[in-house]
Design a protein around this ligand. Structure first.
Ligand code: ZN
Length: 255
């Protein structure tokens, strides 16, 4: 009989922290559990096989020591896996080669998140969205423009080339917006009503004298500031719809 040690299954203990538990079945959430793998096996392979997107992993501790993803595990190893910590920079201790934080926060959203894209645009964030984007297209565009991928599809984040990606937990569009604003700490970056909610283009401010399209006389008489989307050929002004959105944003900030 051939007892090749390299192909025997070995036992490892895993514990995933905070939001990483969202990817685990209930019996493995928020507690240590033992999982068997054929060896040789790396930290990266074990984490990926459990469906955790590597783009959400920020720190791996093996037997109490910060470890790289390519570390080979040994029988009995204890592996603790942490996501990004809100407001705490673990880069000095983490052995993971994480991409540098992005200078400008911009997004690309998958086909499930059209409404969230509109809301992010309302807050002024560059948010690409097209119902027809294929997964590969989303990944390529994200890499090209340094965009964060927002998705409800865990598989999309499994691609090893995805640098900045986030699985949106909430299903309600208002909750989703709150989640993203909180997750990426966007509060100080709002540039509300500077971007077209329909097409993502930057709006230009136009005076009454140079209105490219003419609304009703009453509207021209009532409002002083007008904004124009060259892409959609649409004119906007700060009417009742605008005031409702402003209240919505203020509530979001207070929450
Ligand atoms: Zn537009």
């Amino acid at each position: 009989m051939d007892f090749d040690n390299n192909t025997l299954k070995k036992a490892f203990t895993f514990r995933f922290y905070a939001g990483l538990n969202d990817f685990l079945p209930s019996e493995k959430k928020q507690k240590p559990f033992v999982q068997f793998f054929k060896t040789p096996v790396t930290v990266r392979e074990t984490i990926e096989s459990m469906g955790i997107p590597l783009s959400e992993v920020n720190l791996v501790i093996v037997n109490g020591i910060s470890s790289a993803l390519n570390k080979q595990l040994r029988n009995g190893d204890r592996v603790a896996v942490y996501p990004e910590f809100e407001g705490i920079d673990v880069s000095p201790v983490s052995k993971l080669r994480k991409p540098k934080p992005l200078k400008h926060t911009s997004f690309i959203l998958d086909s499930h998140l059209g409404k969230l894209a509109k809301y992010l645009r309302m807050l002024g964030f560059d948010s690409l969205y097209d119902n027809n984007f294929a997964d590969e297209e989303i990944i390529l565009k994200a890499l090209k423009d340094n965009r964060i991928i927002l998705t409800r599809d865990k598989l999309l984040l499994k691609s090893p080339v995805v640098m900045h990606g986030y699985y949106v937990r909430a299903t309600d569009k208002h909750e989703q917006l709150r989640e993203i604003v909180q997750k990426f700490n966007l509060y100080c970056q709002f540039k509300s009503f500077t971007r077209c909610m329909t097409c993502n283009s930057i709006l230009i401010q136009v005076t009454k004298k140079e209105l490219p399209v003419k609304p009703d006389q009453q509207i021209i008489a009532t409002y002083n500031k007008f904004f124009f989307c060259r892409q959609c050929n649409k004119l906007f002004w700060k009417g009742s719809h605008f005031i409702r959105m402003e209240i919505y944003i203020r509530n979001l900030l207070q929450a």
